[in-house]
Design a protein around this ligand. Sequence first.
Ligand SMILES: [Fe+2]
Length: 155
Amino acid sequence: MVENFGESYHHIGTHAGTLQPLWPGGQTDASASGPGWIDLRHPDHPEAGTLGVYVVFPLFLLAVTPAQGSTVWYHLTPLGPERIQLEIVGLYPPEAAADADAMARDQATLFAIHQEDMAACERVQAGLRSPDAILGPLSPLEAGVARFREWVAAS
Ligand SMILES: [Fe+2]
């Protein structure tokens, strides 16, 4: 889940109809990331603005959309080596939160995106269980994943 959150390369396939049109996976920049965090920047979309994705290892995950004035916090609680509890918390300015229809639309969008991620994460997890699984090289677009793996290896 953290690796998925920390790169947007997967927008190209996993979120082809949702996030890719807004923030193309091939145009993200993780160069501001460091040894204990991911700072993943996305290009400005004419209507949606930019998307900032931040991870402080191991489990603090935020997605910030300044044009909407909102932040989404992925509150992860590990339940075991392969299980987590996830609470997705939307943080909105009071005037936005008062619009019940807009909140319902945002909630539905977040749920749809999350379902796309969960399907991908479950397939990756199943693949990693294979005795023949070998981790391949990471793309430069997965620099955030590299930072996370370095942090795990050093911990
Ligand atoms: Fe995703």
